[in-house]
Design a protein around this ligand. Sequence first.
Ligand code: DGJ
Length: 727
Amino acid sequence: MISFNENTQIFQLDTKKTSYCFGVYNDGFLMHLYWGEKLPVMGEFEQYILVQTKALSPQDNGLGGWSTNVARMEYPTHGGADLRRPAFQCTFDDGSAVPRLRYAGHKITDGKAVLNGMPCVYSEDGDKVQSLEIELVDKRKDLHVFLNYSVFEDYDVITRSVRVENKGPKCKIDACLSASVDLPEGRDFDFMHLDGCWARERHPQRTPIFCGTQTVDMKNGASGHYHNPFVCFPEHNADEDHGRVYSLGLLWSGEFVGGVQMDSYDTMRVFIGVNDFGFGYTLETGETFQSPEAALIYSNNGIGGMSRLWHKLTRERICRGKFRDIERYALINNWEATYFNFTVEKLSAIADRAKDIGLDLLVLDDGWFGIRNDDHTGLGDWFVNREKLPEGLDGLASEINKRGMKFGLWFEPEMISPKGCQLYEKHPDWALHINGLEGTLGRFQLTLDLSRDDVCDYIIEAVSNILNSANIEYVKWDMNRYMTEVGSDKLPQERQCEVKYRYMLGLYRVLETLTARFPNVLFESCASGGGRFDLGMLYYMPQTWSSDDTDAVERLYIQHGTSICYPYSSMGAHVSVCPNHQVGRVTPLKMRGNVALPGQFGFELDLAKMTEEELTEAKRQVEVYKEFGEVFHRGDLYRIDDPMTSDFASMNFVSEDKKRVVLFRHVIATHPSCRFKYTKLKGLEPEAIYVCRENGKQYSGAMLMNIGIAWNHKRDYESEMFVFEKK
Ligand code: DGJ
């Protein structure tokens, strides 16, 4: 899987279908050579290097006629001849900022160690995994930079992270990206990423790469609604099913930067890592810095092929715990049903109907603690509000349990309300703040300073006390504002630029402790909807509330974009009431169900107000979910009609054993005398016979994939689900 040729000094990292090569050249420069289709036999790269370096005037010392400015560098730095965006930058004690990193050795080992205190792709017994550690040294300052690679052969994934050990005088890291790869022929590729906003998250954007730099980033302490820590680079002509695509995802929930720089020679430098804007990390002698981990996936089966690799990796080697492999709960959440205005009676009435239609769990959302009748007060006071819940959480949980259902609870533990909050009266300094500067409120709240151990310990104990106080089997972990005026009293002046990075380490410690302490509790993350939908969060909590927009049509866009990287098993998706609370749209209950079904399904409306007819349909949806959840959550996704560019959205799932296929198709907008439309399925066995459950007819896989299923749509929001079972 990982080989090193002593003669050529070339490293080759092979997965099942891909190869990734780089070599040591001229006095220790690490040059990138290749990433793409597997190279079964290694030839010589000399010709390739010549082309790379021909167009230069020699600038670097001792490089024998070539310059790092045009060479493809494996982990570039600034201050020598390379004028492009560096992956690593630091300032030394003498004020100089020119790291000169040269190869000093390497180690190849079987398996992969976990990253201490941070999310990472992990291996399990029997996995074909090897790791490589390259040591780079700046001899002048005795700074050691370790590039860590792991190859997950069967997953077609390579992971990368960077550790910095300072054995010399004090220095400050200014940038330390997790991965940077210099690839040829950038002019033939596009830059694709997932952008959005609150309630409009992760809409895919795709633009041709131009000469210059294109980046997406977040600067406010969270991976964010606006951009997502995932970037990919399809060839211009790559579509859902064909063509080459490079992609990089970051296992990090804080601010990040990802993008591409194309130089004048068509080399594209693609990169991802912790945002270097406003970042700085001081290393005293003997101290270490660890970057988050990036995962790298190449596919020549189009964007769909790439997505399926990300989905499998995320489901099986990023998500953890008991809930990774079992079907999770179909739930009812009271948020859109009652908002803050709930009573035990209202919740009990909802629970009665929830039980009737077969739901597993009731979640009590915001408002059950401290003084919390709206979003102005109370965050931080994690003790039950007895006025609202006279029998406490225990009493309410018992009420729900009596009906044979489980009980779940909402928290927003990273926050504090400056008004109506005992915690703030005692510890105003526990909020992130800069002394002498008024803090900006977001949703009337401030962010707790999770770079402090005492604050993290408080959160761990406060949440644990509640979880121990009642039979709580699910937690919704919310986070509803970005960071501003970031500063911490516990860190010295020169370390204030570390606060946001240290905050994430604090949060990860809290989550690691709580999820280990409560292994039978299902955790779902949330950040005003999908404001922190990232691979880092999924390491701790296997599902994320995708968006506060529960409208079926809006969700088609959001879930489509999300699925470019993330599996449906990670997307919380609920049926809500009409007119929809976010956009006022009225869609049929059937469509709302079909849109939510492939995700982690539930309802977010007042079931007690539904008609008998609606309850019958809701019950049918729960039954469908229980029967096919496994297909949606462990099967392969094939996107068919793209809602971003057409009036339709359709997709099919193929179960892991390839025996069951589920097709969903939705009409977003119809037109009079519309064109004939056929939905052509994907990923089937051409020669197999499939029986359609809805009409009892038999079709070959080839027919379903080449002719498709005719679509006689007449109305907006028509929505259908078909099941095909292999004979
Ligand atoms: C934002 C979440 O996204 C919502 O689902 C809900 O939990 C509210 N917060 C509660 O304040």
